[in-house]
Write a protein that binds this ligand. Structure first.
Ligand code: FES
Length: 134
């Protein structure tokens, strides 16, 4: 399930299939991200730059954003998340062994711990397995 929450300054995208409930969002900005409320995202409850900063900490890309009037596409980057997945951001296609595209999008997280049941994507198993960077 994909949802959008917006005002005139920001559009927040949430993809429940990518969400591993890391808690980064609601711990840092509970006035914006409150899983006990519907809708659970209040885009008007904090400064745009603060919301963007917190969304950038989402380890799997379940949360992402765009600014109205600006391109959502960024240079493609791959970032190692502390004790977690590789976070791929930017226009990118991921293909399987058969050459078929598995995912194409702006943000997704690839498992680095080897424990995911949704390979090649992170499903949060690194938390449960206690995966740590060496
Ligand atoms: S890195 Fe998240 S499940 Fe492997």
């Amino acid at each position: 399930m994909k949802r959008e929450y917006s005002n005139e300054n920001l559009v927040i995208f949430w993809d429940s299939n990518k969400c591993i409930r890391s808690g980064n969002c609601d711990r840092q900005l509970p006035q914006v991200f409150d899983i006990n409320k519907r809708p659970w995202v209040n885009v008007n409850a904090a400064d745009v730059e603060e919301i963007k900063r917190v969304i950038d900490t989402c380890p799997t890309g379940a949360l992402s954003y765009s600014v109205p009037g600006k391109s959502r596409l960024k240079k493609t980057t791959i970032k190692v998340q502390p004790d977690g997945p590789y976070k791929v951001e930017g226009k990118c296609e991921l293909s399987g062994l058969d050459g078929k595209i598995i995912d194409a999008g702006d943000v997704f997280a690839l498992c680095r711990c080897g424990q995911s049941s949704k390979m090649p994507f992170c499903d949060g198993s690194h938390y449960r397995s206690g995966f740590k960077d060496s």
